[in-house]
Design a protein around this ligand. Structure first.
Ligand SMILES: Cc1cc2nc3c(=O)[nH]c(=O)nc-3n(C[C@H](O)[C@H](O)[C@H](O)COP(=O)(O)O)c2cc1C
Length: 185
């Protein structure tokens, strides 16, 4: 089993595609939160055993989807026991607008990780933000706290800008590399 787990919710498939790219970069196990906000019982063991956990959710109305929030609330059982203390954490969100208030979602994912006593991994990339910047560039959305992805409102799952998907792979790799370097007693 991989040391890194990507756990995400996706209502319409776009965040699923992003999660696959993050998992590819991290060589991670993927756990899907279903439409009812639930995960299989055995997935809790996978999460508890992971060295790093990467949270992923679409931004709906300026925050994570309710299904992801239901999962987050369910982690309060782990919180009581400090079960995820000192794990490595990362996070990503995807939304239709270039901005779309993704920062609110990401800040909340970081808060969730911090409530668990985790160590948060930033995006770690310079932005591509000059006049010649293109949506195919790495970190064209200029994220820093975590991974940001835009899926235009009329874009199919296969039309997510390539630069964002490449950034997703890069972020997954970074979280996995940092998890491999950090040894917490
Ligand atoms: C209920 C709802 C609320 C949304 N709120 C936002 C929002 O606040 N900002 C934004 O940019 N896009 C918003 N969107 C668009 C989604 O973030 C976008 O379609 C995203 O790609 C959906 O990901 P998914 O296919 O994984 O569900 C919203 C979509 C829905 C269904």
């Amino acid at each position: 089993m991989s040391d890194v787990v990507v756990i995400y919710h996706s209502g319409y498939g776009h965040t699923h595609k992003v999660a696959e790219h993050v998992a590819q970069g991290a060589q991670a196990t993927l756990i899907t939160i279903d439409e009812n906000g639930d995960i299989p019982e055995e997935a809790w063991n996978t999460l508890n055993a992971a060295k790093a956990i990467i949270f992923g959710a679409p931004t709906y109305m300026g925050n994570a989807s309710w299904q992801f929030k239901k999962f987050a609330d369910a982690t309060s059982k782990v919180w009581y026991t400090r079960g995820w203390q000192d794990k490595i954490f990362g996070g990503f969100t995807n939304s239709a607008s270039l901005n779309g208030d993704k920062a609110s979602t990401l800040a909340w994912l970081q808060t969730l990780a911090s409530q668990h006593g985790g160590l948060w991994v930033s995006l770690g990339l310079l932005p591509s933000n000059t006049k010649v910047a293109k949506r195919t560039d790495i970190n064209n959305l200029g994220g820093s706290v975590g991974l940001l992805v835009q899926s235009p409102a009329d874009a199919s799952v296969d039309e997510i800008p390539q630069g964002d998907l490449d950034t997703a792979v890069s972020y997954g790799k970074r979280v996995a590399e940092i998890a491999a370097r950090v040894s917490v007693a």
